[in-house]
Each structure stands twice: as structure tokens, then as C-alpha cells.
Design a protein around this ligand. Structure first.
Ligand SMILES: Nc1ncnc2c1ncn2[C@@H]1O[C@H](COP(=O)(O)OP(=O)(O)O)[C@@H](O)[C@H]1O
Ligand SMILES: [Mg+2]
Length: 356
């Protein structure tokens, strides 16, 4: 626990929608594009901020919520926030997932100390193709890939089917449904077309890695430690669907895919292999300059080879989330984990640790 109680602002994002204006805009867009306008993205509400609030209050801090909702007045209010530290839970701005980078940059400009990754870490991790190039430079295995945008090929490895088609810059499995895994050129072209239409986003095509779904939670800075691995058991996805943590598994509560997939701390990975995965996860975080806490998503083949898919800076900290489960398995309860993250951020501003 840090020595002094702090005034902490828990910063989160909500997307304010002026209903009448949104309806009018949607109508105009639909008319202008003959009904083919890209769909806007929405995220579900999460209760992580209340849990973090309670954990911090229990430890003697005073907490208030700070919210940015896409309107300039909420940015202005943030500029005047009188707090010692911002616990940064933002993931998007005005419904745009790529703008978490800008919010961190804004906190930098305001000189407000905040938890988690800075703009560079958020940017490098968000662009999956950039992240994969950095992994390759550091000798971190990641699936072969290609990127395409509006008919232009940006990069292509020599790929083997099956491949998975996903947006280059999204998270939360947006744009990744079971039909993201394709085995033919026809399906591949259809998927690329659908993603361009839905999200107007560059597309990442990756070799599909058949195997186990493993998450490595990394905590700390110089040194950072990987907590015990967590596995998402995907054996329960419906017959005939690929074993991926797509939209159905992550968000569609009513479905078999959601209900039958469970997180656990796997006992069946040999210690040496676990350690190799953990060391790779730490290297992946360092390669992308993320800070304080991050979750690395990997796939583990039956032959013991493993591949880093992506690094998630500032991952979800709900008590049921992968990160909290990993911390618990390492003997850190949720409150201790939240305090660790506060302490890691404070150390940065007190100049005791040099970081990106
Ligand atoms: N190359 C791949 N091979 C196998 N499964 C993959 C691959 N890429 C993505 N997936 C599956 O899709 C999920 C989401 O992909 P990911 O790249 O982590 O995107 P997101 O940022 O949306 O979480 C992964 O957790 C995994 O189950
Ligand atoms: Mg992921």
C-alpha cells in the first residue's frame, strides 16, 4: 500500500448519444449511401469501475469518477480535475476504439499522472500489424500475415490456409465471428469485403493457429513479471465452429458458445513450457513499450510451439476477468492488484523507475 491516501479519479468513457441527432444522421447516411453505410460500433457497459472504486476506498483513498463521453465539455472538465492520480479505464472516445491513444496523450498534455500505458504503448499495441513487425524483430513468434485495405495489399507473407480475417485495429473481438476463419479464396474475399463494409478498417489476414487459447497477464515495469497463465477452454464452442474467442464467445451471453467456454488456470502445461510462454509475454510487452499491466493473448499448439497474437495494454480488470484470475492465482486479491497498479504508476511520477 502506498504511504499516503490519494485523491484518485477513475476515468472511464461512455458514448453520449443525442438520440434525435443520431437518428437524423443515420437516416442521412443511409440515404447518401443507398443503405450501405458502415455500421457504428458499440461496447457493452462494464462494472469494473465500481469494483475499482470500492477497492481503492477500502484502502483509504478518496475516489471520484471522471467520465469522457465524446463531448468537448467532458474533456474540459477533465482538464480541471483536482486529483493526485487518474486510474485510466478508457478504451475509446465517442465510440471510436482507436482513440484511447489520444486520451492518454491528453492526460500527458494536462500533466495529470495516470495508470497504465502511455500513448506510444497504446499505439504500438493497437496496430496489430505494427506490433507483429516488432515481435518479429525481437524473435517473438507470431502467425504469418498479410494486410489489405480497399483492394490494396500493404504486406503479404507467403500464407497457408486456413487463415483468420480480422480488423487490423480493433479489440474485444469486434469483427471476429466464427466465419472469420476461412479455408478458401472465395471465403477470404467475402470476409475482406464484409469487414471493409462493416468497419471501414484495414484488414489483417493471419495464418490460423489450431491450438489452445492462453492468456499471460504481465504486471510491473523493469522488472515486469508474468503471472500464472490462464486458459480459455474453447472445447464447448458449437460443433463445426472454429475454436476461437470471437464475438459470440466474448459477448453473446445467451449462446452456447458464451456459456460453454470457461476460464481456468491450467494445470496441464508443463512448467518449463509455462515459463517459456511467460518469458515471451514479458518480451512482447517490452517490445511494444506497454506499462504497468497488460495481457498477452497467445495460441499454443499441441507440439508445444506457441504464437503471440496480440498485447492488450490496460486490460479489463473486473474480478471475473483473465487478469484478476491470474493475479488471484499468484496470491494477489483484487484489492491488492488494484493497489499494485496505483503504486506502479506513482513510482513512474516519482522518478524512481525509468520507462517509455
Ligand atoms: N491467428 C490466429 N489463430 C488462431 N486463433 C486466432 C488467431 N487470431 C485470432 N484468433 C482468435 O480470435 C480471438 C481474437 O483475436 P485477437 O487478435 O486477440 O483480437 P481482439 O483484439 O479482438 O481480442 C483470439 O483470442 C483467438 O481466439
Ligand atoms: Mg485478443
Amino acid at each position: 500500500m502506498s504511504e499516503t491516501p490519494l485523491r484518485i479519479g477513475i476515468l472511464y468513457d461512455e458514448w453520449h448519444v443525442d438520440r434525435a441527432a443520431a437518428d437524423a444522421e443515420a437516416k442521412a447516411e443511409a440515404e447518401a449511401s443507398n443503405g450501405t453505410a458502415p455500421k457504428r460500433k458499440r461496447r457493452r457497459e462494464k462494472a469494473d469501475r465500481e469494483e475499482i472504486h470500492d477497492a481503492l476506498v477500502k484502502r483509504g483513498h478518496s475516489c471520484r469518477y471522471l467520465c469522457v463521453d465524446g463531448r468537448a465539455r467532458t474533456l474540459k472538465a477533465l482538464a480541471g480535475a483536482d486529483v493526485d492520480l487518474v486510474f485510466n479505464l478508457t478504451e475509446s472516445y465517442a465510440g471510436d476504439d482507436t482513440k484511447d491513444v489520444h486520451l492518454a496523450a491528453y492526460l500527458e498534455l494536462l500533466g495529470l499522472p495516470y495508470t497504465g500505458s502511455g500513448p506510444s504503448g497504446l499505439h504500438l499495441a493497437q496496430d496489430k500489424a505494427v506490433a507483429k513487425r516488432l515481435f518479429a524483430f525481437h524473435g517473438i513468434k507470431t502467425p504469418h500475415f498479410a494486410t489489405v485495405y480497399q483492394g490494396r495489399l500493404q504486406w503479404a507473407d507467403d500464407l497457408q490456409f486456413p487463415v483468420i480475417v480480422k480488423p487490423k485495429r480493433e479489440d474485444g473481438s469486434i469483427g471476429i465471428e466464427f466465419n472469420a476463419v476461412v479455408g478458401s479464396i472465395k471465403e477470404l474475399m467475402e470476409r475482406i469485403d464484409a469487414l471493409h463494409a462493416d468497419l471501414d478498417s484495414p484488414v489483417l489476414i493471419e495464418e490460423y493457429i489450431e491450438g489452445r487459447e492462453i492468456y499471460a497477464a504481465v504486471l510491473g515495469n523493469d522488472p515486469s513479471t508474468a503471472l500464472p497463465l490462464v486458459e480459455l477452454d474453447l472445447a464447448g464452442v458449437p460443433e463445426g465452429s472454429p475454436r476461437i474467442a470471437g464475438t459470440e464467445v466474448k459477448w453473446e451471453r445467451g449462446t452456447e458458445a458464451y456459456q460453454k467456454t470457461k476460464l481456468s488456470v491450467p494445470a496441464s502445461i508443463p512448467e518449463e513450457l509455462s515459463e517459456a510462454i511467460q518469458a515471451t509475454a514479458v518480451s512482447a510487452c517490452r517490445a511494444l513499450e506497454v506499462r504497468d499491466y497488460a495481457r498477452v493473448d497467445l495460441r499454443l499448439r499441441d507440439d508445444g510451439t506457441f504464437y503471440v497474437l496480440e498485447v492488450n495494454p490496460n486490460p479489463w480488470l473486473h474480478t471475473t476477468a483473465e487478469f484478476s484470475m491470474a493475479a488471484k492465482s499468484a496470491g494477489r486479491d483484487h484489492g491488492a492488484l488494484i493497489q499494485d497498479i496505483v503504486d506502479l504508476a506513482l513510482a513512474r511520477y516519482r522518478g524512481t523507475v525509468l520507462q517509455p
